[in-house]
Design a protein around this ligand. Structure first.
Ligand code: NAG
Ligand code: NAG
Length: 385
């Protein structure tokens, strides 16, 4: 550092004070140990002047075409640099004052990193979507860059930093690479970004129940397969002809693509994302009806007719619906630890305390699932030791 400062002061007095500088016309060569600075690396420059060893050195760098600066902190024969540009050097000495010609210029390029990024952080892309890929150059701000792309399915990739593909198709799947160049700066071909375009997905509608209970609602769930795709908003429609999506006046909207509805109708849904919105195919339609209560009320009976039995005994709990020859499906509700299967008869072969509890049942018409009976009265079964 002290030496550099001294050399600098000497150099200043040299150029300001002395008119009688002798120029030494010798061959001076600038040698670079390599001509490209790798990302984060450096290059060694040597100012080679074989005949003389008693000289100091002066270094020049062209930072942009036509803009040459003197490196005022480098005076040695060998220097290490980490900036791009065109370099030259020369030697000089004081007393007797002497300066050599300048070396031939050596262009030192610098490598910076580039990466292809997808504008949205979607992990899956579908046919018909519009996407934008970006070539991002680290530390490339404030420079004018030229871009090059390699891409499948095109002979004329763009020459800008953005690569927009309208309505992608499966044939756009493949590897995308970009590189850029600017004044003495360049990027390599970066690691490929692999685009996978899948066929247009279909929405799926799931209903927890297709009959709205009296005074209640049913929950509908819309999803897009594959579930790994992200960023979807869900749109709901009621009745075949309607193209107007349901609003908060028609349904209660929950997160995760769920809504609760209390109106009957034919429901369908679809997913959408992006700008302009890209829609999935519609889900299948699901008819939601209203529950109608049948007049026959079931009765729970026990065979044999003992509401208290002993462990190990056998008993049958039966749901009886009288009147008509309607066929029914049966539902049981019990607070016993062992649940009854949904059949009209529940036969307990060897009773245990786990069968103790209240039992009630209801019927659902086989021909019209929207028609149910009311719940029967509860019957209590007690299993004693
Ligand atoms: C060139 O010099 C730099 C130090 O300035 C060193 O890190 C690098 O390994 C050298 N490269 C070669 C090819 O000798
Ligand atoms: C048993 O039968 C009698 C009459 O036969 C009836 O009063 C009673 O409610 C029945 N009990 C049960 C648990 O079914």
């Amino acid at each position: 550092m002290g030496n550099s400062l001294l050399a600098f002061i000497l150099l200043c007095t040299f150029f300001s004070g002395n008119a009688e500088v002798r120029e030494l016309k010798v061959k001076i060569t600038l040698i670079a140990n390599r001509t490209t600075i790798p990302a984060g690396g450096s290059v060694t420059l040597t100012c080679d002047l074989k005949e003389r060893s008693d000289l100091l050195y002066q270094w020049f760098r062209e930072t942009l075409p036509g803009n040459k600066i003197t490196l005022d902190d480098q005076f040695t024969r060998v220097i290490s640099i980490s900036k791009e540009g065109i370099y030259t050097c020369r030697g000089w000495r004081r007393d007797p004052d002497l300066i050599t010609t300048e070396s031939d210029p050596v262009t030192i390029l610098k490598t910076v990193l580039a990466a292809v990024k997808l504008q949205h952080s979607w992990s899956q892309i579908f046919t018909g979507e519009t996407i934008t890929l970006r070539c991002e150059i680290q530390g490339g701000e404030g420079k004018v860059w030229k871009y090059e792309w390699t891409a499948p399915n095109t002979n004329s990739p763009p020459t800008s930093s953005e690569y927009r593909i309208s309505r992608v198709s499966v044939s756009h799947s493949g590897d995308y690479r970009c590189r850029g160049s600017s004044d003495y700066l360049l990027t390599g071909w970066n690691d490929a970004f692999t685009l996978t375009v899948s066929y247009k997905p279909k929405a799926k509608l799931r209903a927890d129940n297709t009959a709205v209970p009296v005074g209640g609602s049913v929950t509908l769930t819309c999803s897009v397969n594959p579930s790994s795709s992200s960023g979807w908003k869900y749109y709901w429609y009621r009745d075949e002809k309607s193209s107007e999506a349901l609003t908060t006046q028609d349904a209660v909207f929950h997160s995760n693509g769920q809504i609760s509805v209390s109106q009957e109708g034919l429901y369908r849904c679809r997913g959408g994302r992006g700008n302009p919105v890209y829609y999935t195919e519609d889900s299948q339609s699901v008819r939601i009806g209203k529950t109608v209560t049948a007049s026959n009320r079931p009765v729970v009976t026990l065979y044999p007719n003992w509401s208290e039995i002993y462990r190990g005994e056998t008993i049958t709990v039966r749901c009886e619906i009288h009147g008509g020859d309607t066929e029914w499906d049966y539902e049981w509700e019990t607070n016993s630890r062992i649940k009854a299967p949904n059949q009209n008869e529940y036969r307990i072969r060897s009773a245990s305390s786990s069968n103790s509890g209240n039992y009630r049942c209801k019927g659902r018409m086989k021909s019209s699932q929207h028609k149910t009976t009311e719940w029967s009265d509860s019957v209590t079964l007690t299993v004693s030791d």
